[in-house]
Design a protein around this ligand. Structure first.
Ligand SMILES: [Zn+2]
Length: 122
């Protein structure tokens, strides 16, 4: 397992996620890693359709924001585990996570046998 390569991938993914989240929301300064979806800005409100559009977009932003935040948390956790030398161990059984699983998903938290328990993408 090439830890440096995985770390690079994780850092790149973290930057990606942060920029996507930065687009749909504002960083929550009091809760690191959390973002608050913001309604799209318009200069004036006054037309019913426009309000409906804005609300719809806000819903979409909220729906997009939460999975991105969850991924960001996983990636941040994985980077922390690398720093502490605890990277690549299954959260459920404590065994080493398979190399090919980590290569496909560097922020994986469980071995293949325990994918279901983790709620991770495979
Ligand atoms: Zn396991």
């Amino acid at each position: 397992m090439n830890l440096n390569a995985l770390k690079k991938k994780l850092i790149a993914e973290k930057e990606n996620l942060e920029s996507e989240l930065g687009y749909i929301g504002e960083k929550d300064e009091e809760r690191p890693g959390n973002y608050n979806a913001q309604p799209a800005e318009t200069d004036q409100v006054g037309f019913r359709d426009e309000v409906a559009d804005r609300l719809e977009e806000y819903d979409e932003r909220l729906a997009t924001e939460q999975p991105l935040e969850a991924r960001l948390r996983n990636v941040t956790d994985a980077l922390e585990r690398i720093e502490h030398g605890a990277y690549g161990l299954c959260n459920v059984c404590g065994q080493k996570i398979e190399d090919d699983r980590l290569a496909a998903n560097p922020s994986a938290r469980t071995c293949k046998a325990h994918i279901k328990e983790s709620g991770d993408r495979a």
